[in-house]
Write a protein that binds this ligand. Structure first.
Ligand code: PMP
Length: 357
C-alpha cells in the first residue's frame, strides 16, 4: 500500500480474469469465448467505418446500435443502454441502483466480479447459499434490503433458473432493483427480457462477448424501463461520454442485424455442448445440466486440480476455481467439435493413468 492511495483504492480486491495466453496452438477453453468468428458483416461494417471516420468522436448515445438491439427484442430504443462490455454495464448498475449501507444479495457461488464491485462502491452484501445441487433458492432473494443481482444461467455452474422463479423474485422485491446478468442467455431456454414490460424494477444485462463472438470488441448492454436506462446514462455521462467506440458501434450493429449467422452459431454450440456432456458422462464425470456455452463437471475419482494441470501441460486450457464448494469441478468452454475431440482424447489418456484422489 502506498501513502498516496485513496481510500477507494485501498479497499479494492481486483477481479482476476482467466489467463489469456498468446500461443495460437493452445486450445483455449477457459474464458467462455465463442470458438467461431463473428459474422462476416462485422468486418465489412468496421472497414467501412475505418474509411475516414476515425478522426471523429463516436455518437455518445450509440443510437444505431441501441436501435439494432431494440429491434432484436421488439422494444423501444429508450429501453436500451450500451457500454464497454457488460462488465462496465454491471459496474454502472452498481453505482446507479445500489446504496451504501443497504445490503444487496447474490449467490455464494457466482460471477466473482460482484464482490469486487461491491467493495469498490462500498455496497454491503449478503451471500445466498446455493442448494446442494447448485440450483438457486428463489425465496432466499425475497425481501432484500438493497436489491438483488444474479446471473442466469449462473456462472460458473451453468444452471438456468426458470422465468417463473425470476418473476417471484421481482414480485417479492417490488421497490428494489433486480438485476439479471444474462451473459450466457442465448444458449438457454428463455430471456427475462420478456418480463421488462411488466416489471419496472427489472434490469437485464447481456453481452456480445459470447453468443455474438465479440469478446475482443467489448460491447455489453442493459434492457429495462426507460427510467432505469436514464439512470445508467446519467452515470455514464458523469464518467466518460464515449464508452463505446466507432468500430465497436459499427461492428456490434452489424452482428445484431445478421440474425441468420447468430442463430446458426448458437445452434452449433448447443449441439456440441450436448455431445460434450454425454461424452464426459460416459467417462465418469458428473456434469451439471448446462444451459450455457460451458460445462461444469467433476470426476468421481480424479482431482480437478490435477486434471487441470495435466490438460494445461498438453496445451488445453480450462478453468479451475480454488474455492471450497467447487474446488473439485472444472469449467470447460464449449469449443468446436474438433477442439472437443482433442479434449476428450486427452482426458481419456489422463484418466487411463492410475492416480486416484
Ligand atoms: N457476467 C458474467 C456472468 C460473465 O461470466 C461475464 C464474462 N466474464 C461477464 C458478465 C462479462 O462479460 P463482458 O464484459 O465480456 O461483456
Amino acid at each position: 500500500m502506498n501513502r498516496l492511495w485513496s481510500e477507494m483504492v485501498k479497499r479494492t480486491e481486483p477481479y482476476v480474469p482467466g489467463e489469456q495466453l498468446n500461443d495460437p496452438d493452445i486450445i483455449k477453453l477457459n474464458t467462455n469465448e465463442n470458438p467461431y468468428p463473428p459474422s462476416p458483416r462485422v468486418k465489412e461494417a468496421i472497414v467501412e467505418e475505418l474509411e475516414g471516420k476515425l478522426r471523429l468522436y463516436p455518437s455518445p448515445t450509440a443510437d444505431e446500435l441501441r436501435q439494432a438491439i431494440a429491434e432484436t427484442y421488439d422494444l423501444s430504443t429508450d429501453g436500451v443502454f450500451v457500454g464497454n462490455g457488460s462488465d462496465e454495464v454491471l459496474a454502472f448498475s452498481f453505482m446507479a441502483f445500489f446504496h451504501p449501507g443497504k445490503p444487496i444479495r447474490f449467490p455464494n457461488i457466482t460471477y466473482s466480479f460482484y464482490p469486487v464491485y461491491a467493495k469498490l462502491f462500498n455496497i454491503p452484501y449478503e451471500l445466498v447459499r446455493v442448494n446442494e445441487d447448485f440450483t438457486l433458492p428463489a425465496e432466499s432473494f425475497f425481501g432484500s434490503e438493497g436489491g438483488v443481482i444474479l446471473p442466469n444461467p449462473n456462472a460458473p455452474t451453468s444452471l438456468y433458473m426458470d422465468l417463473s422463479s425470476i418473476e417471484s423474485i421481482l414480485l417479492n422485491n417490488p421497490d428494489r432493483i433486480v438485476i439479471i446478468d444474462e451473459a450466457y442467455i442465448d444458449f438457454a431456454t428463455a430471456s427475462a427480457v420478456e418480463l421488462v414490460r411488466s416489471y419496472d424494477n427489472l434490469l437485464v444485462i447481456q453481452t456480445t462477448s459470447k453468443s455474438r463472438s465479440l469478446a475482443g470488441m467489448r460491447v455489453g448492454y442493459a434492457i429495462g424501463h426507460p427510467d432505469l436506462i436514464e439512470a445508467l446514462v446519467r452515470i455514464k455521462d458523469s464518467f466518460n461520454s464515449y464508452t463505446v467506440d466507432r468500430l465497436a458501434i459499427a461492428g456490434a450493429t452489424a452482428a445484431f442485424k445478421d440474425r441468420k449467422y447468430f442463430n446458426s452459431t448458437v445452434l452449433k454450440i448447443k449441439e456440441t455442448r450436448n455431445r460434450l456432456i454425454e461424452a464426459l458422462k460416459e467417462m465418469g464425470f458428473h456434469v451439471l445440466p448446462s444451459q450455457a456455452n460451458f460445462v461444469f463437471a467433476k470426476h468421481a475419482e480424479r482431482a480437478a486440480a490435477e486434471m487441470y494441470k495435466q490438460l494445461k501441460e498438453a496445451g488445453i486450457l480450462v478453468r479451475h476455481f480454488n474455492q471450497p464448494e467447487i474446488g473439485n469441478y472444472l469449467r470447460i468452454s464449449v469449443g468446436t467439435d474438433e477442439q472437443m475431440d482433442s479434449l476428450l482424447r486427452k482426458l481419456e489418456q489422463v484418466l487411463a493413468v492410475d492416480i486416484r484422489i
